[in-house]
Design a protein around this ligand. Structure first.
Ligand SMILES: Nc1ncnc2c1ncn2[C@@H]1O[C@H](COP(=O)(O)OP(=O)(O)OP(=O)(O)O)[C@@H](O)[C@H]1O
Ligand SMILES: [Mg+2]
Length: 442
């Protein structure tokens, strides 16, 4: 039986008539957009019928709703005079599969719902090997990623330190989370610290905690992150940046399973598994005397290498689709997908920033794209042609002033687009366009 979600926004009389008339359909009636939203959070419908209420004041809400549920095919029913409103016409053209005006010709309505259902079935067939996004999981079916997942499954079961190497943005943190989630410690905490982001003076007390009076400002005892990770795992990101004296303390912890807080004399037993990650070549750091050799050997019993994206380009279509759906709400309304040409251009590119770069480029293209499909130029892949106009003289100084103002504002706001847009007095959309024009990425 074909399933149909019917969202009523009118007096309901027509909906009930229509319910009786739609033989062959399993119809679920809901009384409002918010009821539909709740239902769609845990049920899947391929086709929806939207019975409009005739209240232009609520078109924005309807637009947001349709944008959120863009993967469904929607058929709308409206009062004919409403079609004179440009905003509504745009909403129909952008989001609806088909529309009807009252009084409704039931035969035509049945046809258009049947057609919508047929299209949905076709599309499902085309994407049969798609699996839903599991969120926070390592996606991809390339040999390289399949190997990585199998390796993680094995290593997770052994309660020993793990060292994850990989280029920036390749998914090291994701791999660490997966090791934790698949281990017997999964129900315990997963505590992460980026050793490169914490000032060297603070990192000791962050990791190991301190006793009251250990230094100026230490007014009370404080548990460190290692203690907080007891029963679970501690993720030491950018371990290559850990200062040498702390490397010694960490080694002692790995050997003896106890720690000293800063300023403390008693030992505290801590049961945490260390998962470390690095994007630098640790053996080279060892050779250069920046990383302790004994700690390196202790950590690298179970090394994991997360392959860069260029070694698993087969995963690009799947990752692209998952990212597209994940950020679907931000996309420009008419956008329906990614063109074959864009996928080909992506396959030719080497992705030095790996999956993070892929996410950033796609998200930006989804906002900026002006057609129904993302085209290669929307991705602004380096080496794929000139960007922006060539100007000189006054025009050029104006451009560079604009560019500097945007970069400064982004830097000040910590890359917060809304805040920077407010500061610059432009809309978020305009800021995205300006950033694209100047090739500024976050
Ligand atoms: N195989 C994958 N499937 C799905 N998402 C992925 C995959 N690999 C990475 N990501 C996503 O890419 C982004 C970067 O991943 P992550 O933070 O794990 O990388 P990283 O190697 O720790 O990067 P950095 O070196 O910059 O810290 C995250 O949003 C992550 O969810
Ligand atoms: Mg990381």
């Amino acid at each position: 039986m074909k399933r149909l979600l019917c969202v009523i926004n009118d007096d309901g009389a027509f909906a009930h008539a229509c319910h009786a008339d739609l033989r062959g359909w399993d119809v679920c009636l809901v009384e409002s957009l918010s009821a539909a939203r709740k239902l769609l959070a845990h049920q899947h419908y391929a086709v929806g019928l939207l019975l409009d209420h005739g209240d232009a004041g609520r078109d924005d809400e309807t637009e947001r709703f349709l944008r959120r549920h863009h993967h469904m095919r929607w058929v709308g029913v409206f009062d004919a005079p409403r079609l004179e409103q440009p905003a509504l016409r745009e909403l129909i053209a952008t989001h609806l599969f088909d529309f009807h005006t009252r009084p409704v010709d039931m035969l035509r309505l049945r046809h258009s719902l049947g057609h919508a259902h047929g299209m949905a079935v076709l599309e499902r067939g085309a994407g049969a090997n798609r699996r839903p996004h599991t969120g926070g999981r390592i996606d991809g079916n390339s040999p390289a990623i399949t190997r990585l997942r199998a390796q993680i499954a094995k290593i997770a079961a052994v309660d020993a330190p793990v060292l994850i190497a990989g280029e920036s943005g390749s998914g090291k943190e994701l791999a660490a989370q997966e090791v934790h989630a698949r281990s017997q410690r999964a129900s315990g905490p997963f505590v992460a610290i980026n050793c490169a982001a914490v000032a060297p003076a603070l990192i000791h007390s962050e990791l190991f905690g301190h006793e009251r009076g250990a230094f100026t400002g230490a007014t009370r005892d404080k548990r460190g992150l290692l203690e907080a990770a007891s029963g679970g795992s501690i993720f030491l990101d950018e371990i290559g940046d850990l200062p040498l004296d702390l490397q010694a303390s960490l080694l002692r912890f790995l050997q003896e399973r106890v720690i000293y807080r800063v300023g403390g004399t008693r030992t505290i037993p801590v049961d945490a598994r260390v998962i470390a990650a690095t994007h630098v070549d640790l053996p080279r750091a060892v050779a250069a005397g920046r990383f302790r050799e004994d700690l390196y050997y202790r950590l690298s019993v179970f090394p994991i290498r997360v392959p860069p994206l260029r070694e698993r380009k087969e995963d690009l279509p799947q990752l692209t689709e998952l990212i597209f759906h994940k950020y679907a709400e931000e996309r420009s309304p008419q956008l329906k997908g990614v063109s074959k040409e864009a996928l080909q251009a992506m396959a030719r590119y080497d992705w030095p920033g790996n999956v993070r770069e892929l996410i950033n480029r796609l998200r930006r293209a989804m906002v900026l794209a002006e057609h129904r499909l993302i085209m290669p130029e929307d991705l602004e892949l380096p080496g794929a042609g000139p960007i922006g106009p060539i100007v000189d003289g006054l025009g050029s100084s104006r451009l560079s002033a604009e560019r500097i103002a945007i970069s400064d504002s982004l830097a000040r706001s910590g890359n917060n687009i809304s805040q920077a847009a407010r500061e610059l007095g432009v809309s978020r959309m305009t800021l995205y366009r300006l950033m694209a024009k100047h090739s500024i990425s976050l």
